[in-house]
Write a protein that binds this ligand. Structure first.
Ligand SMILES: Nc1ncnc2c1ncn2[C@@H]1O[C@H](COP(=O)(O)OP(=O)(O)OP(=O)(O)O)[C@@H](O)[C@H]1O
Length: 249
């Protein structure tokens, strides 16, 4: 059974399609990169899959069943920029929100939930910031708190929207270690990612997206120059040592 199967997904904003007939199947227990230029529809894809925005057409199946948020099998780490960080709450409470599906919205989190949430903060190196207001955390620390919240959800599948943006090298390493840990636990993790240099190191499988799926499959076979050219068009450029750049000539 595949963790995620998307069939013929089309999404439009104000009648303008931004995703057209997107179909793909995701293998279990892998790290999967969702790669494509700005405006390719990567965030839209995640939001549509999770039912946060309406689909014009298409179907999303999770473990062979039509996706329902209440089944709690999917965790989500939104783009940091899309979150209101001035909301008056501390790091521990943000992580505890990840437990609400388990606790039930009208019950208060118990000692066990708090311990688990603290444990998740510890895993991302943020335990000492548990009582700090989230507005008073740095960008990288906020990102770690969001990852801790996803861990607290204890989902089987995770969607993460650009978790590496604006973090330093140490935090990036900590995040990728965490992703590998999730993979070792058999979880499936889909990550929107922009840095083409690290794609081969980080991901087992890639989905190359530009409004439609240009190619998808194991990274080795799929992350090819030909497919990248097709995905990024004229915005791709290469440095002498083989680095791939986007948005420069
Ligand atoms: N709420 C919205 N209303 C109208 N158009 C939108 C809305 N959100 C996104 N779009 C448009 O849909 C397209 C896809 O946007 P999306 O954010 O999914 O792209 P992306 O691949 O995640 O881009 P980036 O790499 O820049 O984050 C873009 O052309 C964007 O301008």
């Amino acid at each position: 059974m595949n963790p995620v199967e998307v069939q013929n997904l089309t999404v439009a904003y104000q009648k303008k399609p931004v995703l057209k007939n997107v179909s793909f199947t995701v293998p279990e227990g892998k790290l999967i990169g969702i790669i494509g230029p700005n405006g390719a529809g990567k965030s839209t894809l995640i939001k549509a899959v999770l039912g946060m925005i309406p689909k014009a057409t298409g179907e999303v199946r999770v473990y062979d069943k039509l996706y329902r948020a209440k089944d709690r099998v999917v965790g989500y780490v939104p783009q940091r920029g899309s979150v209101d960080w001035d909301f008056p709450t501390n790091a521990l409470d943000v992580v505890l929100m990840g437990r609400y599906g388990h606790i039930g919205w009208f019950k208060r989190p118990g000692k066990k939930d708090k311990e688990l949430a603290l444990n998740c903060l510890e895993k991302v190196g943020m335990q000492e910031y548990a009582t700090r207001q989230i507005s008073q955390l740095s960008g990288g620390q906020q990102q770690r708190v969001f990852l801790a919240r996803a861990l607290a959800q204890d989902a089987k599948i995770y969607f993460m929207d650009e978790p590496f943006v604006g973090v330093d090298a140490a935090t990036e390493r900590a995040i990728i270690e965490l992703l590998n840990e999730l993979k070792q636990q058999g979880k499936t993790v889909l990550v929107v990612h922009h840095d083409l240099q690290t794609v081969k190191d980080y991901f087992d499988h890639v989905i190359l997206l530009n409004i439609s799926v240009i190619a998808e499959g194991p990274t080795e076979d799929t992350f090819t120059l030909k497919n990248l050219h097709q995905t990024y068009g004229g915005t791709l450029a290469f440095l002498e040592k083989g680095d791939i750049l986007v948005g420069q000539k």
